[in-house]
Write a protein that binds this ligand. Structure first.
Ligand SMILES: [Zn+2]
Length: 232
């Protein structure tokens, strides 16, 4: 099957020539935007997609994941005059922090956004908490999009392979499983070293993002999204 996912950007915070990592996934008739970093709104605007998003999923609160969220929300409210946009988070801890952040920036959050927990989107969307696996102070989460045909797992930023991938039974029950995973070509305390994903390549179809392909060693075995899944 052709996966209904297109990346708005696939770089990290400092690889802005690839854009901040963010993806649009069409699932159950709705367009979900995953993350909205500081390079994302300009790209959405250019591609005429600002009004076509039905909900935004937020993985965590670094600026390369939320840095243009308020601008997107302002655009939809003041220019497009659309109702508040659902903004989905995975855990109550992330909910509280995102709400506080939006309140600080925008005041009356409810005018612009409907902050919701992913459990409202059961059974076709689930969030998996990865709290403190990316940054020690920070709630974060991965998102799993489920259907009878395929399941798509989006890791968000994380310093190690998603823990759920170690559960062979779970992985077997969720086939076919397509995984979009944070990768780094240097060992780091906050991103997943590419070779650490090798044991999982047999269990699921995995593509890496949040990196610069020019930094990939010649022997890298993790396919990258950069030439396959980018928004045209
Ligand atoms: Zn981050």
């Amino acid at each position: 099957m052709k996966l209904p996912i297109r990346f708005i950007g696939a770089g990290g915070a400092h690889e802005v020539h690839w854009g901040n990592s963010s993806a649009l996934i069409e699932w159950q008739g709705s367009n979900f935007l995953i993350d909205c970093g500081f390079t994302v709104y300009p790209r959405l605007l250019q591609a005429n997609l600002v009004d076509k998003i039905d909900a935004v999923c937020i993985t965590h609160l670094h600026d390369d994941h939320i840095g243009s969220l308020s601008v997107l929300l302002y655009h939809r409210h003041f220019i497009s005059r659309l109702p508040p946009l659902p903004v989905i988070v995975g855990t109550s801890e992330l909910y509280a922090k995102l709400y506080t952040y939006l309140h600080f920036l925008m005041g009356e959050v409810e005018l612009f956004a409907e902050v919701k927990l992913a459990e409202d989107y059961k059974p076709f969307l689930q969030a998996l908490s990865t709290a403190r696996l990316h940054a020690p102070h920070m709630p974060s989460c991965a998102y799993l999009f489920l259907s009878d045909e395929a399941n798509v797992l989006y890791s968000g930023d994380i310093a190690e392979p998603l823990p759920i991938l170690r559960d062979r039974e779970w992985v077997a029950q969720h086939q076919p499983l397509f995984v979009f995973h944070d990768v780094s070509f240097q060992r780091s305390a906050s991103h997943c070293y590419y070779e650490d994903l090798y044991p999982f390549l047999e269990r699921a179809s995995i593509w890496g993002y949040h990196c610069d392909p020019a930094q990939a060693p010649a022997n890298n075995q993790i396919p990258l999204v950069h030439h396959t899944f980018m928004l045209a």
